[in-house]
Design a protein around this ligand. Sequence first.
Ligand SMILES: Nc1ncnc2c1ncn2[C@@H]1O[C@H](COP(=O)(O)OP(=O)(O)OP(=O)(O)O)[C@@H](O)[C@H]1O
Ligand SMILES: [Mg+2]
Length: 377
Amino acid sequence: MSAPAPAPAVPGAPTPGRTAPAPSGIRFEGVTVAYGGNVVLDRLDLTVEPGEVMALLGPSGSGKTTALRAVAGFVRPASGQVFLGGRDVTALPPHRRGIGMVVQSYALFPHLKVKDNVAFGLKAHRTPKAEIPGRVTEALELVGMAAYAERHPRELSGGQQQRVAIARALAIRPGVLLLDEPLSALDARLRSGMLAELARLHRELPDVSILYVTHDQVEALTLADRIAVMDASRLQDCGTPLELYRRPRTEFTASFVGNANLLPVTVAGEGAVGFGGHALAVPTGTAAPGATATLCVRPHLVGIGDGPNALTGSVTEVQWRGSTHRVHADVDGHRLMADLRELREPPALGDPVTLHFAAEDAVLLPDGASEPAGVGP
Ligand SMILES: Nc1ncnc2c1ncn2[C@@H]1O[C@H](COP(=O)(O)OP(=O)(O)OP(=O)(O)O)[C@@H](O)[C@H]1O
Ligand SMILES: [Mg+2]
């Protein structure tokens, strides 16, 4: 009798003792979600690269959570596809997508100890029993909560509970981490501490793609590699924080990412616009003479006194903001704000004031340019 032939290798079978890395990277292709015929996410095209942190920023009701739920599999798109790691997962149930998710309200089980909360997801993912304690410790160490394993959620602060929720999401070693306003239940100081924590966590898990939903621009600017700006069920803009801040493409982005002076202007010719009776020299790009547009100038780029593009108005408000004074002026019925440093004597209300800005610090936003952006990577 001859010895049995060795079993043929099964292509794609996992190597014993090693878990295949979870797929990283998210792609939305024309994803539309409707509730009862009401479209709440309209043809979303967006790619989150492996290892990238993408913030989904937008006002309440703009469709951010819906987009996240479509990735997690809790909502089925009416049309379009969701890809994880290049694979179409649109028809897969949530538990087969290998995703970690953290929501605003922690959703820890109150009757389970910290370690059992973290183990819960691992059991649901059928992790071998012997591996679970090690994986629980690993996840709790990542968020600095290993010393709290034996406590119940009620014995933890809000920030600590949120860390445990993050540990629970990370325990399955997901390739994709979805965070839905994870800091909104925390007070301002804890929030900024947790932001630094999340940034550190991302450095330790450089391959994980993170989709981070927030309506807080500071969180988005601090944490994200890129920001996708949502409004009214649609993606309005997408870019790095600096791109969106310096070169917003729409009025909505300009006012939602950072503060902005938005002045209604008419293009007079190349490099020239009219603002009321004033002629301003600003880049006009491809805008044709006669076209109406909005001029965006960031308040910290506005100076006081005479200079290029000087406009004179009267002071309507002065706010002391610690390192700057924000001076509001009324110029022909329009508000112009300047954030001024080292202002020895702030002007008084009603005083005349001259403000100015450099041509290169102004961005012209042609009217009607707020069509949703088909923005890819
Ligand atoms: N299960 C549902 N049934 C019907 N309508 C829903 C459902 N879930 C969400 N919506 C609606 O879809 C729209 C988008 O909701 P979504 O939760 O995505 O907004 P959001 O951007 O996350 O807002 P917020 O910042 O307030 O959390 C809202 O108008 C909401 O009322
Ligand atoms: Mg939401």
